[in-house]
Design a protein. Structure first.
Length: 87
């Protein structure tokens, strides 16, 4: 696996940009210079993130999201192949 996160990634399992093995490594997101933990989806090349809009959900139970535009940086929080059980 590469140490560079993909250009676009989503936490929604029904999205074509969902990749469980990458999300299990943990993804850090910096948007407009601030770290964010509430990002549902991001795209580095297009410069946007989608974040949940409070506790509101659509008729299917999915969180309502809002698209915010600005510079996006992403990184892995754990290296590839790092086991959960060490020592």
């Amino acid at each position: 696996m590469s140490d560079t996160p993909p250009d676009r990634l989503s936490v929604n399992q029904s999205s074509p940009y969902f990749q469980r093995e990458l999300l299990e490594r943990g993804i850090g997101i910096r948007f407009k210079g601030n770290e964010r933990r509430d990002v549902e989806e991001y795209c580095i090349s297009e410069g946007w993130v989608r974040v949940a809009l409070g506790n509101k959900v659509d008729r299917k139970g999915n969180p309502l999201t809002i698209k915010l535009v600005g510079p996006v940086e992403a990184w892995f929080e754990r290296p590839a192949g790092e086991g959960a059980d060490e020592g």
